[in-house]
Design a protein around this ligand. Structure first.
Ligand code: FAD
Length: 399
């Protein structure tokens, strides 16, 4: 089947990956119909600002600048996909069946909730953000569950808005499970003005607060849960598609004939890391559609390179900008690059002295250097890496 022969492409999901998919379809020459189906009543919008500028009241609208009219995309906002019959190429929705020739799955992820009958807010949508913002009033007692990315960003915004913030974290240090103890200790220094309860398990959310595992109750006017997300695949359970913490795809994001998956919902095979990956970050949702659309339009693949990025994400929390690029393991050697102004970069070097990953605090321009060092597979010299005056790509080991 050539591009011209693929008739109706349906994109399911109304987020970044869905919007980028529509753009890519036209950019790559798809001339047939495109229908975008999203459960939310909004046009696709950006989520990273929700826990940052939107929550502190500096931004109200994060709609992506995509012109669906000139792309000739039929947008059906407020329509939820409920099932799929891949052999018939039919999508089931709450407003009826929609036949397709090509299907792009981009349903993202849903926040995990804690047990309990008490009110708990989560933060995934613009509606969530606007509701939460209204409740972040000076003096409000806010309990945030989880000190990871979203938890730390919500705690930051609540502190900025004059709330009394308590954050409950299961691990002994913030971000320790993902970044290790060394990084956790450095991040801990940033948690000024927030009552951070480390090594503390929550049993349930109760009316008016949070009950901890030891039976103690933290009183709260507002409880916000930020303990991670699950891929939004529930609606696909009877479809016959392989699901394993996401829609299982190959290196080109292909899930089945005529079906690709992109963004937070996709569990794709990475050639670079020789493992299945699910990257719940903006960069992946933005870059995946280019490959997925190419694979959808040209099932023979030809020269299409696989989706194999070096993962990248950022987080603005507690007055600091964090950027992480790469993928490290516990076996890697952690090297600190300290700068005079107190900011730092944590570098993970593999046994072969190549850079696995970098976590950069407050020096955005270092990200490109780290990414280049990883992509080029540079063999690096630890004694040069510790010198912030030596660019990362120049800190190479001499033969
Ligand atoms: P989503 O953006 O989740 O979009 C999926 C859409 O599909 C949703 O609109 C959903 O309603 C819809 N949908 C779900 N099920 C159905 C169905 N059955 N039928 C129809 N529609 C359906 N990443 C970073 O790298 N840096 C950051 O600083 C950062 N900050 C973030 C802050 C917040 C508050 C959040 C929520 C995310 C943040 N992210 C960040 C992550 C990033 O936003 C996501 O990786 C990205 O939004 C994923 O895009 P997506 O299109 O795959 O999924």
């Amino acid at each position: 089947m050539t591009t011209a022969q693929l008739g109706h492409v349906v994109v399911v999901g109304g987020g970044l990956a869905a919007a980028r998919s529509c753009e890519q379809l036209r950019e790559q020459g798809h001339a047939g119909r495109i229908t975008l189906i999203g459960a939310e009543t909004h046009l696709p919008y950006d989520r990273p600002p929700l826990s940052k500028d939107v929550l502190v009241g500096e931004l109200d609208d994060t709609t992506l600048r995509v012109d669906y009219t000139s792309l000739n995309v039929t947008v059906r906002a407020g329509v939820r996909a409920t099932g799929l019959r891949p052999t018939d190429r039919v999508l089931l929705t709450d407003v009826g069946e929609i036949p397709y020739d090509g299907l792009i799955l981009a349903t993202g992820a849903d926040p995990i909730r804690m047990p309990g009958e008490g009110e708990q807010l989560t933060l995934r949508s613009i509606d969530d953000a606007l509701t939460l913002r209204q409740r972040l009033v000076p003096g409000a007692r806010v309990v945030v569950i989880g000190a990871s990315w979203i938890g730390a960003e919500v705690a930051t915004a609540a502190r900025t808005r004059g709330c009394h913030v308590t954050c409950v974290e299961l691990d002994a240090l913030p971000l320790a499970r993902l970044m290790g103890e060394g990084v956790g200790k450095r991040i801990l220094e940033w948690w000024d003005g927030i009552d951070l309860r480390l090594g503390t398990a929550v049993r349930q959310v109760v009316p008016g607060g949070v009950e901890l595992a030891d039976g103690a109750v933290l009183d709260a006017d507002l409880v916000v849960t930020g303990v991670g997300v699950r891929p939004a695949t529930g609606w696909l359970e009877a479809s016959g598609l392989e699901l394993d913490r996401g829609v299982v795809t190959d290196e080109w994001l292909r899930a089945a004939p005529g079906i690709v998956a992109v963004g937070d919902v996709a569990a794709w095979w990475s050639r670079r890391y020789n493992t299945r990956m699910r990257v719940e970050h903006w960069d992946d949702a933005s870059s995946g559609p280019g490959v997925a659309v190419a694979a959808l339009l040209a099932p023979g693949l030809g020269e299409i390179p696989p989706h194999d990025p070096v993962p990248y994400f950022w987080s603005d929390q507690l007055g600091h900008k964090l950027q992480y690029v790469g993928r490290h393991s516990e076996a890697d050697n952690l090297i600190w690059r300290e700068r005079e102004n107190g900011s730092w970069t944590a570098l993970w070097l593999g046994a072969d002295s190549r850079l696995s990953a970098a976590l950069i605090a407050d020096l955005p321009r270092e990200n490109a250097q780290a990414q280049m060092a990883i992509l080029r597979g540079l063999v690096l010299e630890p004694s040069l890496l510790t010198d912030p005056g030596v660019p990362l790509t120049k800190a190479v080991r001499s033969e």
